[in-house]
Write a protein that binds this ligand. Structure first.
Ligand code: ADP
Ligand code: MG
Length: 687
């Protein structure tokens, strides 16, 4: 038996094959190909990174203002100081008087004349040759030196197996037709170039990753991604799903339209037509219904559920939080119970007995419309005949939890239709890459009567002033929200601050009734407070973020958000969507406490300037990166290593075209390409 050796540091970084090393591309480069005399180096001026060399003529350790080593080198043209604030005895020895050093760094004006603080130092003879290529600097983890990675990469690039792995097999003709220029190198050359760019390489484009060598690599990576997304699309179309065409006499659907207290907006009619059309196909729907907060997505879900129920199939509606789910439950009850349809509620917090009861109803098919949190998937509930799954704010569930509900009725195997709903618009680039197999419908129109919201950003030190304004507001007979922030570290602390604000506001506003709602309240208690607010028995509602979703009180058109700097873009956007629903002009006050980080400042500013969910989502994406938006937080899950969706957006279209042609004309090459780029990660894309 062979004993298994522990993985090396490089292997721990995933650098376990020549191919992995070849694809471990530099983050930046250092130019060690040029050598200046010290005199030239000093002439270059401040802030320039230079390489020079000389003999050590002095080496002293100073103790003031702190312990440090000062080394002076000289080359016959001039002298230069090297300053080390941390150093080892070995370095002291290495840089003893008389040794010859080649150093790199930025020259600046020090106390004792020109100096370099912490230069890169090598002990070399004066005539040691200069490297002919730029020196790569690799992403590394703790304990792994650049030298280690450089050596391993250099070896990997010479490995015979790598030639095979990087062999060119994309048809030349196809590439020539699709690529914008013919100056993109072959893959292997591109990779070699990126590891060892020649001395005269254009470092700017290398750094910005817009160099043709980078383009080539990025294109290949995108191509792999597009191929696997297109395959997922094709696979879905081969799957069976029950068809729900609009009936001649469509009982529940028609009834529902009658009981609704409003007419659908033009946008709602359009998306419902799209979804209705999907439901009448023989393969499962996979559609995202996108619409800003308050645009009226829920009723579309209800219509889809009605259609499915008209065929005797079940619908499950899932939301990521209990409050969100509850809101759907209440709305659906309001609409469906007058039609004699029982709406079932299933959440993690139900008592075991109640839960079992609901589960039995689901299994027997008696429950037709089931609303709940993701307990619905997690608890492996088995549905008698699930026809449609509606997932609200699906990005919060995470990609891995996307459903794959297979059903068996008799001997027939089928997949249910799926509809995702989100108020967070997916930027186009993201939709084209990560969500290519998702059809998208957009509600781009708010129900009539909505007013734009004025957003103000105010320092917390002006709290008294804000409360004064609140007083005037309430005196007009209007209502308001006061939102206390989520404190992630401690629910108790969060409750405490909410209670404090509640008490302060109760005292400050004696003529009005102030209510408090928070996550610790029981459902009935919460519902009671909400009902009182809706009935205007409560004029000011102090709340932790439980009102993030759902509440719908059109007379409440003012919202104050405390510690707005602690909220993310999407949260504030959602919260703010609660106001602006009635005839009054709506105001949202974002109170912030100093110090404000740069990103928080930028965020508040954006939120003040725009209430366009699309703009906000774009900002969010550039700040957080796609991983988080998708719900796949672990960086390892993010598929694209070399592509930046914003910088390289135009490449996506090329890759899409190439993927289509490759699948159609060269299906034999597809597997090979996927294997090269994705390896084990293809699983992720199928999720
Ligand atoms: P969201 O898209 O944020 O989930 P909702 O579905 O909760 O929005 O709808 C917000 C509010 O607008 C609800 O009270 C809903 O009943 C109402 N609503 C939806 N559609 C219309 C419409 N066409 N006309 C008037 N009100 C509507
Ligand atoms: Mg909603």
């Amino acid at each position: 038996m062979t004993t298994k050796r522990p993985p090396t540091l490089l292997e721990k970084m995933g650098l376990n094959s020549p191919m992995a090393l070849a694809l471990h591309l530099p983050a930046r480069y250092e130019d060690e190909t040029q050598l200046s005399t010290i005199e030239e180096a000093l002439d270059l001026g401040k802030f320039d990174s230079i390489q020079t060399q000389g003999r050590v003529i002095r080496n002293q350790v100073l103790y003031r203002p702190r312990r440090q080593m000062l080394v002076t080198i000289e080359d016959g043209t001039a002298c230069l100081q090297l300053r080390f604030l941390n150093f080892y005895p070995s370095q002291q020895k290495q840089m003893a008087v008389g040794s010859h050093l080649r150093v790199r760094g930025e020259v600046r004006e020090g106390y004792l004349g020109p100096e370099i603080v912490h230069p890169t130092v090598r002990v070399l003879t004066p005539d040691a040759p200069l490297p002919t290529s730029l020196t790569p600097v690799y992403p590394a983890s703790a304990g792994v030196s650049q030298a280690m990675i450089r050596k391993a990469v250099t070896l990997a690039l010479q490995a015979p197996s790598l030639k095979e792995s990087l062999a060119e097999f994309l048809p030349t003709q196809l590439m020539a037709q699709i690529l914008p220029t013919n100056n993109w190198p072959q893959l292997q050359d591109a990779i070699t170039y990126l590891h060892q760019p020649p001395a005269d390489a254009d470092t700017q484009t290398l750094l910005e990753r817009t160099h043709p060598a980078w383009r080539r690599v990025q294109f290949e990576e995108l191509l792999a991604q597009q191929i696997s997304l297109k395959r997922a699309h094709a696979i879905r179309r081969q799957r069976q799903a029950p068809t729900f065409k609009q009936k001649e006499t469509f009982a529940i659907e028609e009834e529902l339209l009658k009981v609704l207290p409003f007419d659908l907006t033009g946008a709602q009619v359009r998306v419902w037509t799209e979804i209705s059309n999907d439901l009448s196909q023989v393969f499962p729907m996979n559609r995202l219904l996108q619409g800003d907060v308050g645009s009226g997505k829920t009723v579309i879900a209800a219509l889809a559920a009605a259609r499915v129920m008209d065929y005797g199939y079940q619908t499950a509606v899932m939301a990521p939080t209990e409050i969100l789910a509850e809101q759907h439950y209440l709305k659906m009850k309001e609409w469906f119970e007058p039609l004699g349809i029982h709406v079932s509620w299933l959440s993690g917090s139900l008592k075991a007995k109640e839960k079992r009861l609901v589960q039995e109803m689901i299994e027997s098919g008696k429950a037709q419309l089931i609303i709940g949190t993701h307990a619905l998937i997690q608890d492996k509930v088995s549905f008698a005949k699930l026809g449609l799954a509606v997932i609200d704010e699906q990005h919060r569930f995470g990609v891995r939890q996307r459903l794959e509900i297979q059903q068996r009725v008799g001997s027939e195997l089928f997949y249910c239709h799926q509809m995702m709903m989100s108020a967070t618009p997916i930027p186009r680039t993201l939709a084209m890459t990560y969500y290519a197999d998702l059809d998208v419908s957009v509600i781009d129109e708010l129900p009539p009567g909505r007013k734009p919201i004025t957003t103000k950003v105010v320092k917390a030190t002006r709290r008294e002033e804000v409360i004064g304004g609140l007083q005037d507001w309430l005196a007009k007979g209007l209502q308001a929200y006061w939102v206390c922030p989520l404190i992630e570290e401690s629910e108790a602390l969060q409750l405490q601050t909410a209670v404090e604000s509640f008490e302060q506001l109760t005292l400050a506003l004696p003529n009005f009734k102030v209510g408090l709602v928070h996550g610790r309240l029981k459902s009935e208690e919460k519902a009671a407070v909400m009902a009182a607010f809706k009935a205007n028995e409560i004029q000011l509602l102090v709340a932790t973020t439980v009102i993030e979703v759902g509440v719908d009180v059109s007379n409440a058109a003012l919202m104050v958000i405390e510690h707005a700097e602690r909220f993310g873009y999407a949260q504030i956007h959602q919260l703010r969507g609660r106001v602006g629903r009635g005839p009054a002009d709506s105001v949202c006050i974002l109170m912030y406490a100093e110090p404000l980080s740069f990103t928080a400042k930028e965020r508040l500013q954006t939120l003040r300037e725009t209430s366009d969910g699309f703009v906000i989502a774009e900002r969010d994406l550039s700040l957080r990166g796609p991983g988080e938006l998708l719900g796949a937080k672990q960086s390892g899950d993010v598929m694209l290593r070399f592509v930046d969706l914003q910088r390289d957006a135009w490449l996506i279209e090329l890759a899409q075209k190439a993927a289509e042609r490759l699948l159609a004309e060269h299906s034999d090459l597809v597997e090979r390409h996927l294997e090269r780029w994705l390896g084990s990660r293809t699983e992720f894309l199928k999720a």
